[in-house]
Design a protein around this ligand. Structure first.
Ligand code: NAD
Length: 492
């Protein structure tokens, strides 16, 4: 049978030990049924390894571990104990940065450039969370001399967290960071196509001094392990990142089980707006970053570009040239920007949408096909002359496929931009401060990037309006998802 760790040789020639088991109580253990599933490298279509699959009964074991850990001193001890572990974890992520980046590129297909960025953000986020640990405070409401009142912000308890495959390591960090800062405990399930980096992170979590049972990480499928988390009676809160359809399902499951608290970070179809007075060079870089970063597998990808008529031809020509210039291919080549799509399923979905775009009558400016014969690569694809009711304008494609429309006035583009069931992010490109602020205020989006795009910082909250989600990750807001307020009113 499969050992609990296997040697994996990375494309840089180094070999590391990849854990394969379920990380429960700070140990890698076998699931009850000892089932495994295959993990494939999207850039070569070759098998990397198998990992063990968690099922309902294993989630029960993990929940027991997390419940015991929550009842221990973890949730009530000096918060600087938690801060120390988070700082150590950030240091360990940095010390293992190259290994983590290579694992991520191997497992997800993204370029090493992208993976290195993810690892840096992961370390930064854990470090930022360390700083929040001892800044969780209540308040002293004044109600007159007959009473003394105070509030406490207490950790919610055992959490369940389900993450996607587009940023496997970074999404684990966005979930685990606030759990550690607030004194909660968790069972985190990775996406079935990308379980490797989070299992490696588990070894670092143990090494950082986080007590057993606080963070449990399992590999498994959505319909089995994911469902078990969403419906579990002893899990007090579920945090999910992924598709809007699955988010809706999880919210329903949470409501039908024990009304666990829910935070969701879901899909998007984000507008990226270019005004006549934009700095063309800088804007084109941001349009490329908006749709080709991480091969377009980004929930906040700038997938609907709107260009004002006076600058339309120039920006379109420059953007086409820049997109065609992007280096695509072997994720481990240092100068490659775009690696492979994360799975065959995702490749097929993107190619299907490209066919839909052609059939809907949009003008294919560039791309429109698979790149190479082996590996799940797609050429950067630009559609122009789109109509707003086309499927390629309305639906999330989650790949390097972008639509371009022309507009003339601010009012017109605001209406177009806001005409979406989603509201995750938006981009505004202008040199005019008044336009930037007016348009940012009127856009229905959780994040507005002005003269930048796909630009994150641990202190800046991220999350969606509309059907793009509930709650915010990062920033002070992330803590709110894991804390509940207790009011104590003392009669004097
Ligand atoms: P998904 O939302 O189904 O999967 C994301 C995670 O949810 C995975 O860990 C999966 O195992 C889990 N999951 C699936 N069904 C579940 C259930 N019933 N209960 C609990 N957990 C469950 O996404 P997908 O099918 O892998 O991808 C489909 C599309 O979703 C993509 O093409 C893309 O448009 C979108 N997506 C968005 C994001 C994002 O960051 N917002 C991430 C991944 C995918």
């Amino acid at each position: 049978s499969l050992p609990l760790s296997v040697p994996v040789t990375l494309p840089n020639g180094t070999t590391y030990e990849q854990p394969t088991g379920l990380f429960i109580n700070n140990e890698f253990v076998l699931p009850k049924q000892k089932k495994t599933f295959e993990v494939v490298s999207p850039s070569t279509e070759e098998e990397i390894t198998h990992v063990y699959e968690a099922r309902e009964e294993d989630i029960d074991v993990a929940v027991d571990a997390a419940s015991k850990a929550f009842a221990s001193e973890w949730s009530t001890s000096d918060p600087l104990v938690r801060a120390r572990a988070l700082i150590k974890l950030a240091d360990l992520v940095e010390a293992n940065a190259e290994t983590l980046a290579y694992i991520e590129s191997l497992d997800n297909g993204k370029s090493l450039q992208c993976s290195r960025g993810d690892v840096a953000l992961t370390a930064a986020y854990f470090r930022s969370c360390a700083g929040w640990s001892d800044k969780i405070t209540g308040s002293l409401p004044e109600t007159g001399s007959s009473h003394f009142n105070y509030t406490r912000r207490e950790p919610i308890g055992v959490c369940g967290q389900v993450i996607p495959w587009n940023f496997p390591l970074l999404m684990a960090a966005w979930k685990i960071g606030p759990v550690l800062a607030t004194g909660c405990t968790t069972i985190l399930k990775t996406a079935e196509s990308t379980p490797l980096s989070a299992l490696y992170l588990a070894t670092l979590i143990k090494e950082s001094g986080v007590p057993a049972g606080v963070v449990n990480i399992v590999s498994g499928f959505g319909k089995i392990a994911g469902e078990a988390i969403a419906t579990h009676q002893k899990i007090k809160k579920v945090a999910f990142t992924g598709s809007t359809a699955t988010g809706r399902h999880i919210m329903r499951a949470a409501a039908n089980s024990n009304l666990k608290k829910v935070t969701l970070e879901l899909g998007g179809k984000s507008p990226n707006i270019v005004f006549n007075d934009a700095d063309v060079k800088r804007t084109v870089q941001n349009l490329v970053l908006g749709i080709l970063y991480n091969t377009g597998e980004v929930c906040c990808a700038g997938s609907r570009i709107y260009i004002q008529e006076g600058i339309y031809d120039e920006v379109l020509a420059e953007f086409k040239a820049a997109a065609e210039n992007v280096k695509i291919g072997n994720p481990f080549d240092e100068d490659v920007f775009m690696g492979a799509q994360a799975s065959y399923a995702q490749l097929s979905k993107i190619l299907k949408y490209i066919e839909i775009g052609k059939n809907e009558g949009a003008t294919l400016v560039t791309g429109g096909a698979r790149h190479g014969e082996k590996g799940f690569f797609v050429k950067p694809t630009i559609f122009a002359d789109v109509k707003e009711d086309m499927q390629i304008v309305k639906e999330e494609i989650f790949g390097p496929v972008v639509t371009i429309s022309k507009f003339s006035t601010v009012d017109e583009v605001i209406d177009l931009a806001n005409d979406s069931e989603y509201g995750l992010a938006a981009g505004v490109h202008t040199e005019n401060i008044n336009t930037a602020i007016e348009v940012s205020n009127r856009l229905q989006a959780g994040t507005v990037w002005v003269n930048t795009y796909n630009d994150f910082h641990p202190m800046v909250p991220f999350g969606g309006y509309g059907q793009s989600g509930i709650g915010r990750e990062m920033g002070a807001e992330a803590l709110d998802n894991y804390l509940q307020v207790k009011a104590v009113r003392v009669g004097l």
